[in-house]
Design a protein around this ligand. Structure first.
Ligand SMILES: NC(=O)c1ccc[n+]([C@@H]2O[C@H](COP(=O)([O-])OP(=O)(O)OC[C@H]3O[C@@H](n4cnc5c(N)ncnc54)[C@H](OP(=O)(O)O)[C@@H]3O)[C@@H](O)[C@H]2O)c1
Length: 277
């Protein structure tokens, strides 16, 4: 990807220790000469990423904090100012996928946690960092939501709600700042990352194989995201499953959710067993 507007820019990436955030970080540094400020909690993995970047490792710095805590963003914004980091782009990528389950089987703490990590973290980061991002002549914010924001599936109530909230926030802020800042929303479908680690599907199980079958490769997903960013696309829906959910929901509304439930049920996978009990 040559001559791209974000070549050489300074980018903040949340969730840089794993999956999509890690791959995007590597690509921004290796292919676009960007400086990346990564954020996540697992220092071991961030350090491993820095080492793996070899001669380019000086282009990667990281901060370890929990993105769901408002005060952490206030402290980070102070550090950005005092260390004169001058970020151009913020990529809100950190997120979790709670175990597929029925709404009443989640505790309120679990629901709160998912909303805070997937939605409030982005609200806090945008509130804390937009003033400094807007000073850049390449100001940009990219929020990684999910196809779940476009069509809610049974078993994903809080995940879908958190991502739909992020979509609404992004759409409104984009409209308000359209002259000052590129604001993109990504709705990926299933992507091969460790996000499914808590779903209880052992490696090699039918459930794992089925998830792999419908999932897009992480590297391909990251290439699509970076290409979408290059073209300053506002809405980015990536992955065959995500397109199906997006179009299905537009055309069929709740019938699309019913059809998805029927497929999940018919699959007989343990993964969804509790959802349809
Ligand atoms: N994979 C998919 O199928 C898929 C589909 C649609 C959307 N997405 C979205 O894509 C994004 C990335 O997911 P992924 O698949 O790459 O998952 P992943 O491999 O599990 O990575 C998640 C990242 O988020 C970070 N994170 C989670 N909670 C955090 C917290 N409280 N504070 C700071 N960092 C936190 C993790 O870092 P630490 O653990 O080190 O803190 C990790 O770096 C998520 O927003 C997810 O919802 C994924």
């Amino acid at each position: 990807m040559k001559n791209c507007w974000y070549d050489g820019k300074t980018v903040i990436v949340t969730g840089a220790s794993s999956g999509i955030g890690k791959d995007i970080t590597e690509k921004l540094i290796k292919e676009h000469r960007c400086r990346v400020i990564g954020i996540a909690r697992n220092e071991e993995r961030l350090l491993a990423l820095k080492k793996a970047l070899g001669v380019r490792s000086d282009r990667f710095t990281y901060y370890t904090f929990d993105v769901s805590v408002k005060e952490n963003w206030e402290d980070f914004a102070k550090a950005v100012k005092s260390e004169n980091l001058k970020p151009d782009i913020l990529i809100n990528n950190a997120g979790i996928l709670p175990k597929f389950d029925r709404f009443l089987n989640y505790t309120v703490d679990e629901l709160d946690k998912a909303m805070h990590i997937n939605f409030y973290s982005c609200l806090y980061s945008m509130n804390a960092l937009m003033p400094v991002i807007l000073q850049s002549d390449s100001a940009a914010i990219v929020n990684i939501a999910s196809s779940a924001a476009l069509c809610s599936l049974a078993g994903t109530s809080v995940y879908s709600a958190s991502k739909a909230a992020l979509k609404s926030l992004t759409d409104a802020v984009r409209e308000e700042y359209r002259r000052d800042c590129y604001i993109g929303l990504v709705c990926p479908g299933f992507t091969k990352t460790d996000i499914f680690r808590n779903q209880g599907a052992p490696v090699g199980s039918t459930a794992q194989k089925a998830m792999d079958f419908i999932s897009t490769d992480c590297e391909r997903m990251c290439n699509l995201i970076l290409k979408g960013m290059k073209n300053k696309r506002a809405d980015m829906v990536f992955g065959a499953d995500a397109h199906l959910m997006s179009v299905g929901n537009k055309l069929l509304g709740t019938v699309c959710s019913h059809a998805s439930s029927a497929v999940m049920k018919a699959s007989g996978l343990d993964l969804f067993a509790k959802v349809f009990k």
